[in-house]
Design a protein around this ligand. Sequence first.
Ligand code: MN
Length: 301
Amino acid sequence: MPARKTTSRTKSSTSRTTARKSAGRKTAPRKSVASGSVASGGRTSTASRQKSATKKAAPKVSAKKGAKPSSKSAAKTAAKRSSSGSPSAAEQLREYQRKRDFTKTAEPSGSEKRGASRKKGQLRFVIQKHAASHLHYDLRLEIDGVMKSWAVPKGPSADPTVRRLAMQVEDHPVEYNSFEGTIPAGEYGGGTVMIWDTGTYTVEGAGDRDQNTAAREEYASGDFKVNFHGKRIQGSYALVRTRGGMRGNSNPDKPSWLLIKHRDEDARAQDDFDLTTEYETSAVSGRSMDEIRERGKVYGS
Ligand code: MN
């Protein structure tokens, strides 16, 4: 865990505030909760957080002994994959492609090789607001040439005391990061998709490992600490895998996770600052959900 420079805090929060304004921010007040009520002043340890998070969020599952082996075997499978090197993007995207009819949806097919062209050490992320049957936010983090994906029903929060359920879904192609448009009704995920935020992320505690390797290994461990460098979402978050499924998600390959803000200078109390209502338009086109739906045009095309 890298120490933060306190000397440059004033300067960096000023420039960050400016960046937020230009990213479409609606209101001004910014109260930091970084030095909030926790006696230690630091972040909760991952172990205790995971323990309490699991306890609170998934009591039925953790009480069942049967749920344990399935999540363990999923982790083992992922670990086995990583030790034999990067899995191919094509293999990882089979489920994505199987679920979609590309003659009907304008979503990218994932057959292009564009994903491989990333700069070393620059892992991309996107958060897409998706008005499907239920409105949710899709968080996607680049690992091994694909976007690992989670549906976050309530979207991200900047408040360290708020845990947001993040249900893992199928890997998406990197080209999906620039998809903003409307998936036809009746097709898989039918509804409007907005690019709510996009940028890069870094893996905390990567040490000597390159970023992609660190991301792959932390993801596989189920305790994935990332630093977002977005237009709107900033700073350190944990993605913590819970045991087994929740809310009918019983597939051990697609477990539930919790998205939790770490206590840092970007932390904000939810009551003062709600990320999802603070930013309601596209981070790339400035359009509202209605405007994306009405114009029907896919961003960038
Ligand atoms: Mn979605």
